[in-house]
Design a protein around this ligand. Structure first.
Ligand SMILES: Cc1ncc(COP(=O)(O)O)c(C=O)c1O
Length: 422
């Protein structure tokens, strides 16, 4: 029925999702599971938040689908107005789409139109999506390898620095400066630098303080544009509405997705008017649009999500609960020695596993931890190129007591794995 590539791995423990509410998922056997993933980070306000359900029911009773760029809807205007009020620019303009990858595609196209330079600088470990343009900026070989001959040759990668020193900044700047000054190895001038404020799928890799602002400064000096991919970090997850606040950086373009639609597919590429006006005025047929652009129902649930984020102070809750969870994890994991560590911001946490010297990543340890946790009723995901990280991105409404319980469970499983490895 379905392509084998998008089915669970043979032999994997599979739970059929039947229903979800708040931080819980009920499977088709009636088991209630604790969701520490937010379903890929989407369920920011928890599954089936009543305000989002209400928006869905009201909107569904009036207008489900619209006519993209051709005929606007009130929902689309209201969502963009709200996003604009949260954005770091005085006059913000946006292009809506359905998936994160599409928002990245829009940003890459915008940067090319604005600079006329086709070269792109991305970072090792980056994940920006899997559609062809976005895939060219995604670093992991697993995704790129099968399509290498089809990928744009104009993307070059620089090392991404990591806070606790796995890759130091001294390895980063010479490469970044070289690419910005001289272009890609083929001599193609760089017009866009695309970066995640914290690398998500690479294993919640947090760069050192000041990295993003230095990158922004160098990018601007070179006449290129900085695209900040906040598809995972955005909308409260790291303890701020946007991670750019803590990094004190104002990008030229900002990509949002995942939780933006409150659970419905919705993404956005935002930028200041002077950058976004690189797009020509419409002649009646947009040069970049899609069937579902500005989907009224997704815009409505998206607006409800933004309201809930603010009214229920979800970024602050993510910061506090995340701090508690990281603290419990660090304390308990501390007893396991240097082989297990925790990193991240807010409710964007990664537990990293290492070999007995505490140096090399322990291949598949995150995968194994996620499997054991699932058998205990806790849903998590592995991350990292070698599956060496356990990623924790729960709904931001996670109760602190439950967060403590979850952290203790994670620690117990980490202990099991470490003792099993010897
Ligand atoms: C940082 C980042 N950018 C882009 C994407 C791609 O989003 P989508 O899977 O909705 O295309 C993801 C998805 O995980 C992501 O984490």
């Amino acid at each position: 029925m379905e392509s084998r590539n998008v089915l669970p791995r043979e032999g994997a423990l599979v739970t059929f999702w039947d229903e979800a509410l708040g931080v819980n998922v009920r499977d088709s056997d009636g088991n209630v599971l604790l969701d520490l993933t937010g379903a890929f980070g989407v369920a920011l306000a928890g599954h089936r938040h009543p305000r989002i359900v209400e928006a869905l029911e009201r909107g569904g009773g009036r207008l489900i689908h619209g006519m993209g760029d051709v005929q606007p809807s009130r929902e689309r205007l209201e969502l963009l107005e709200h996003l604009s009020s949260l954005s770091p620019w005085r006059s913000c303009r946006g292009v809506l789409s359905s998936s994160g990858s599409e928002a990245v595609e829009t940003a890459l196209k915008t940067a090319f139109l604005a600079t006329g330079r086709p070269g792109i600088l991305a970072f090792q470990g980056a994940y920006h999506g899997l559609t062809m343009g976005a895939l060219a900026t995604t670093h992991r070989e697993h995704f790129r390898g099968p399509f290498r001959p089809q990928l744009s040759p104009h993307v070059a990668f620089a090392p991404f620095p990591v806070e606790e020193g796995e890759v130091g900044e001294k390895d980063v700047w010479p490469k970044v400066d070289q690419l910005l000054d001289e272009g890609t190895p083929d001599g193609i001038p760089v017009g866009a630098v695309v970066v995640e404020p914290i690398q998500g799928r690479a294993g919640v890799r947090v760069p050192p303080p000041g990295f993003l602002s230095k990158l922004a400064e160098r990018t601007r000096r070179a006449g290129a544009l900085l695209i900040l991919d906040e598809i995972f970090t955005g909308l409260g997850r790291t303890g701020r509405i946007f991670a750019l606040e803590e990094a004190e950086v104002i990008p030229d373009l900002l990509c949002l997705g995942k939780g933006l639609g409150g659970g419905l597919p919705l993404s956005a590429c935002l930028g200041p008017e002077e950058v976004m006006d690189a797009w020509p005025p419409s002649q009646g047929e947009a040069v970049h649009t899609s069937t579902f652009l500005g989907h009224p129902l997704a815009c409505r649930t998206g607006k409800a999500l933004l309201e809930v984020l603010e009214e229920e102070e979800l970024p602050d809750r993510a910061r506090d609960t995340g701090r508690l969870m990281a603290q419990v994890l660090a304390e308990e994991i501390g007893n396991l020695g240097p082989r297990v560590r925790v990193r991240g911001r807010g409710l964007f946490l990664g537990v990293t596993f290492h070999d007995s010297n505490g140096v090399e990543p322990l291949d598949h340890a995150g995968v194994q931890a996620a499997e054991i946790l699932l058998s205990r009723g806790i849903i998590t995901l592995p991350a990292g190129a070698r599956g060496e990280v356990l990623e924790l991105t729960p709904p931001l409404v996670l109760d602190p007591e439950l967060a403590r319980y979850a952290a203790l469970q994670v620690t117990e499983v980490a202990g099991l794995l470490v003792s099993r490895e010897g």
